[in-house]
Design a protein around this ligand. Sequence first.
Ligand code: DMJ
Length: 650
Amino acid sequence: MSALLTSPPSTGAGECDCASPRREMFPPSRRDFVSVTLGEGGGYGQQRRPSCWRKWKQLSRLQRSIVLFLLVLLLFGGLAFYPGLSAHWGEEHGGEEKQPFVIEVKSHGMPVLPEPPSEVGQRRGSRKRGPSVLQNRSPPTGNSSEARPRKVEEGGGGKPLVSWRGAVIEAEQANDPDAKEKEKAVVSEGPSAPQLAETRLEAVREAFRHAWKGYKDFAWGHDELKPVSKSFSEWFGLGLTLIDALDTMWILGLKKEFEEARQWVSKELSFNKNVDVNLFETTIRILGGLLSTYHLTGDSLFLEKAKDVGSRLMPAFSTPSKIPYSDVNIGKGTAHPPRWTSDSTVAEVTSIQLEFRELSRLSGDPQYQAAVMEVMRQVHQLEGKHDGLVPMFINTNSGQFTHVGVYTLGARADSYYEYLLKQWIQGGKKETELLEDYLLAVEGVRKNLLKKSSPHGLTFVGERSHGHFSPKMDHLVCFLPGTLALGAHHGLPPDHMELAQQLMETCYQMYAQMETGLSPEIVHFSMQASSLQDVEVKLADRHNLLRPETVESLFYLYRFTKDKKYQAWGWEILQSFNKYTRVDTGGYTSINNVRDPNSPSPRDKMESFFLGETLKYFYLLFSEDPNLIDLDKYVFNTEAHALPIWPQTD
Ligand code: DMJ
């Protein structure tokens, strides 16, 4: 047997192979390759080759050109219509360059592939997870400029778009009307929807266990964990984190952890203590947490504890105006305002109603409901509101608003608006004054506080002080998209949902535009046509306290729209928390600087609402089960504790 193997030269186009087992590209005189003859068959080939060549030679110039043209056409047609080949080409020659597009897909709302918790933070630039001060390891090696926001350029004209996080996409991709479908197709090639959901749910459980480990090891039975110094801080001395986290553990299915905590509540928790507590904080975190856990578990231990603490808070309402004081001594039964003023905060006195109303319903004692509804009755008829917007302070002697003329949806006013809607829902949508005040306030927000930023037209809620508008927005305001969506779900105008979606995008951008992917406490939006960035952050506002509001709103928006981008945004945020706030030895810490990924500067405090709210809303956001806290049966208090919507008797 002999064979002729050719090692073809770089040219040879137009040579006819004519199915010959022998491949010769050139006439013998030009051969410069090794040949091996393949047995007898070689003779056959030798006979065919000259005949082919002769035929080709006999063709006219025009005929040859036509044949060549057709061959070239066939070759390119074949390449274009053979998807496997195109894909292979893309992988081999464009794989690296495609990466920025993938990043941009994430920041524009398409789901990202899940990372198991242990891998979180390892993917981007192979950096270690989070800054060294949280890790007790070698300092991060990543280049900080990597995450620095860059100038945003408008698409069109074939120019690349540069996203706020610095990712680059081609203009034609941004303008492609089918881009969404294509992205969905890419995503659908990833893990199945149930796998994706389970990966994310497990990541939240893992985050909770990690936070709980820190609390258990260094702060058990105390109010808050200080994860970096491995110690604790006391606020009221009532095991605040443990109580705030009870129903989260139940919802996440963490039975062992829940049982440990229940034992502590049963054996150690006592409200018979000579301590001053804040009425609002104790109501939303402790009373709310105990009532919610009672409803979820049916365990009467929690109801008895709720009754105990509720009754001990009642002295706060013994004021000349019946507008409650901010502080109560739950051991002595005395109450007082802060030392420097006789004012209370409007949000505080109007965001304790869900809990006290429920306590009356469960205990059969009307005094709780009567006390908090008296506050609502007075606030409803007070002068000093502006298009339904309330000032931030109310006097406990006169019962009048003070500091009239300053209006915000942020600190000191926020949950007034939230509780108008939620009380109306809790009571079966009958208390029309609550609804009227809520609807009026939403229109007041639109008229007085709603603006668009420059250059990208993000819708935001600013503040007004004596007629002057300030483009300042607290992260706290990010409860509003969720509340608006909840109202729309319960039959309020559909344009509330449209506004919710616009504000949701803004709240997400408050995270996405920061170098750590975490929102600061306060942002200022730019309104100058010439500005290059929509969001500015002042030095004093760069901290992140692990707050829940954006994740809370993402949960509502996902529950009602089923738009996966909300889950994807939440997933990004969870990864950023894991990267920059997780402390190796257990727990998560608030940080001082969301703009410095190399030195976010831990504050050494894990707020109880991180377990009570933030992680709970993450879990509910990633869950596909609408019955896991059915929003037609439950309403969340402002600390994410689920209270039942009252059954209707008529
Ligand atoms: C929580 O205690 C509650 O959500 C409250 O309504 C606002 N502040 C914190 C979370 O940010």
